[in-house]
Design a protein around this ligand. Sequence first.
Ligand code: HEC
Ligand code: HEC
Length: 237
Amino acid sequence: MRYLAGLVMVLILSGCGDEKKEVHYNGAALLKNKCGACHNLKMPPDTYEDEKAPPMMAVVFHLKDFMKIKDDKDKAEKFIPFIQDYTLEPSREKSYCDEASLDTYGLMPSLKGSVTEDELKAIAEYIYNFYNQEKYLKEMQAKAAFYALPKGEQLVRKSGCLNCHDTQKAKVGPSFSMMSDRDPEEIINVIQNGSQGKWEGFRNMLMPPFKNKFTQDELRILQEWIHTLGAKEKVNP
Ligand code: HEC
Ligand code: HEC
């Protein structure tokens, strides 16, 4: 037993030793610390009058484009090595930046001494995944589609109303079209103060109050939007 306990100790200790060598790099945190002072890291980036460097999203999108990066093999063989090399030894010759941008920003200073190859590998992995063009386009399209909706529908989507209501079909509560012919003031009153047991066929479910959630203007917008839906379905107890 003692022998076994000793062996376990040795394994634990040597295990600890190994783990210390195997540092876990946090690409997101490193990116922020080592690159965030000059590169805008947001997606989409904020716009400034006098940026110190091109936004990281733009850098990654155009590198993937110019280097014709298609898959993980390209990432490992082209993208990551380029980031490591350029960051430590930037030059106008290596840069994929156009001349005009290079003149505006000036060449990136070498970060030799302040970031290691391993840290750069973690940063490169992270930016490769994070600045993803398809994901970005999808998000932008979803955003555009959302802002194209009527303001009232935007409000119900943002406020969690669709957990219980659908525009057309009865759900936990009546559909918005089912209530479209109700008294406008009562609609506003229920949104503010909640309701229970008024509608048959909804098992006495509670409509929670949204007392201070909406401004008077927003309440009116909600009520008017509900009104535009028209009763397309009858209450079905
Ligand atoms: C002191 C400011 C500064 C810091 C810090 C900085 N950069 Fe840059 N970086 C620039 C400037 C300026 C440019 C644009 C000119 C150029 O391409 O060299 C640039 C351009 C780049 C490019 C584009 C190269 C190309 O061909 O288009 C990459 C890649 C890049 N930076 C990566 C990084 C990474 C990764 C970090 C963090 C580890 C980092 N940078 C930190 C200033 C900085
Ligand atoms: C947790 C579920 C739930 C949520 C979330 C919810 N509702 Fe309701 N809602 C109900 C139920 C159930 C009823 C029926 C209440 C009754 O029978 O008295 C109802 C009724 C209503 C009515 C009734 C109109 C009338 O004249 O009786 C309106 C308007 C309404 N909801 C709007 C909203 C809006 C707008 C939101 C989002 C801000 C919302 N609801 C969020 C469950 C919910």
